[in-house]
Write a protein that binds this ligand. Structure first.
Ligand code: PMP
Length: 437
């Protein structure tokens, strides 16, 4: 039984999952996939729960792909969006709107150092494209270093920076170099971050003029299967990159905005201060909103020519962003992510002791990963098993995500209001499923 939740979903008179699925086959791009054997038609969301067309409740432990930070349709966020929508949705003097200015100010108060100037975008991809452009303009260099197994987006530049073949099409990876992943589970050097960073130096020495534009990295790789980079990696890599004149870009699209619990930003756990921070996903609670924040000095490079996009930072989205920040503070969601996340991780680790199939449990706060392997020694990815467990857990009422290059890692990134009872239910559902395999 799911934990008690005092809410009755609204009546739904729309088409069934099967009808939608039929239309989808005909009218939607075949590239858009869904995760389950039988399609799930989520028609309503409330806090950490989703409801299907029949009113059945599901615990959403993927959090809308790590976007729903405050919980589905949080009343404060909804109110901010409705209020702003009624007043003004867009204007020709976009960057003079109070919603955008207030959100930019609030963001700067959350960032260390001199990171205080924001440019708004519609997505994480756009934010990273802009960050890369800024670094190239600022340094006069073209070379970008990203970390293998990372995901940074799906436009030309970011697809180049993304370092997983499964997410790449035939775009030129112009000027991008991919550094060894500081992966404590699968990497050569275990948890010794500094050793992995030597590869960044090798890349600069042997693949560039000696100067680089930027190093871009997630602190915890999300799409790549919740890989928290080995401690000491980012400080060592940042030092090397800065010596070669490059800027350090922190891609906080998934790990930012309180998700990791221990810190507001993922990079803080490694004690570094980036030159550019990009964010999206959780900052709008599901509303399309991304941002690049950098220093006033670096931001000046964008005044050399024109740079603008039509929707980025529109008042409705930035009003949502500001409301999200306020909810995170009011409801102490970062603290909750830490407490419940630590509890959940402990319980998942106990499952690992019970089942050989679980090779690794990792991550922080509300960004946890469980990697399935058919052989612990060889770390052979258990792909079919991963899909099977996900599918069965959905039948039990729990939705989790999947990722990693081999598709064998559960991604658990629920709304930050997830409770201990939710954590127990998730683990019990996983335990039940694994015990029947
Ligand atoms: N960076 C990271 C770390 C991401 O996880 C993603 C999305 N999965 C992106 C960038 C791209 O964001 P979007 O899908 O909003 O373009």
């Amino acid at each position: 039984e799911l934990p008690a939740f005092d809410y009755t979903p609204q009546p739904y008179a729309g088409p069934s999952a099967d009808e939608i699925f039929a239309k989808r086959r005909e009218y939607l791009s075949p590239s858009i996939f869904h995760f389950y054997k039988t399609p799930l038609n989520a028609v309503e969301g409330k806090r950490q729960y989703l409801f299907d067309e029949k009113g059945r409740r599901y615990l959403d432990a993927f959090g809308g792909i790590a976007t729903v930070s405050c919980g589905h349709c949080h009343p404060d966020v909804v109110a901010a969006i409705v209020e702003q929508t009624k007043r003004l949705q867009h204007s020709t003097v976009l960057y003079l709107n109070h919603a955008i200015a207030d959100f930019a100010e609030a963001l700067s108060s959350k960032l260390p150092g001199n990171l205080k100037v924001a440019f708004f975008t519609n997505s994480g991809t756009e934010a990273n494209e802009l960050a890369i452009l800024i670094a190239r303009l600022y340094t006069g260099s073209h070379d970008i270093i990203s970390v293998r197994n990372s995901y940074h987006g799906n436009a030309a530049g970011t697809m180049g920076a993304t370092a997983q073949s499964i997410w790449k099409y035939n775009v030129a990876q112009s000027g991008v170099h991919h550094a060894m992943n500081a992966d404590p589970y699968r990497g050569l050097f275990g948890s010794d971050g500094e050793k992995y960073a030597r590869d960044v130096k090798e890349i600069i020495n042997f693949g560039t003029t000696g100067n680089v534009a930027a190093f871009i990295s997630e602190a915890i790789q999300g799409v790549g299967g919740i890989v928290e980079l080995a401690p000491g990696y980012l400080p060592a890599a940042y030092k090397i990159v800065r010596k070669s004149g490059g800027l350090c870009i922190a891609d906080e699209v998934q790990s930012g905005f309180a998700r990791t619990g221990s810190h507001f930003w993922g990079f803080e756990a490694q004690g570094v201060v980036p030159d550019i921070v990009t964010m999206a996903k959780g900052i709008g609670n599901g509303i399309p909103l991304g941002a690049v924040v950098t220093t006033p000095e670096i931001a000046k490079v964008l005044t050399r020519r024109s740079y603008f996009n039509t929707f980025g930072g529109n008042p409705v989205c930035t009003a949502a962003g500001l409301a999200v920040l306020k909810v995170i503070e009011k409801e102490k969601l970062q603290e909750n992510a830490f407490v419940v996340g630590s509890y959940l991780k402990d319980r998942l680790n106990a499952l690992k002791d019970k089942y050989e199939l679980i090779g690794d449990v990792r991550g922080r706060g509300m960004m946890l990963g469980v990697e399935l392997v058919t052989d612990r020694e060889l770390k052979t990815p258990a792909q079919d098993e991963t899909f099977h467990v996900m599918d069965q857990m959905k039948e039990l009422g729990v939705l989790i995500g999947k990722g990693g290059y081999y598709g064998n890692v559960f991604r658990i990134t629920p709304p930050l209001c997830f409770t201990k009872e939710d954590a127990d239910f998730l683990v019990d559902a996983m335990d039940y499923t694994l015990s029947r395999m």
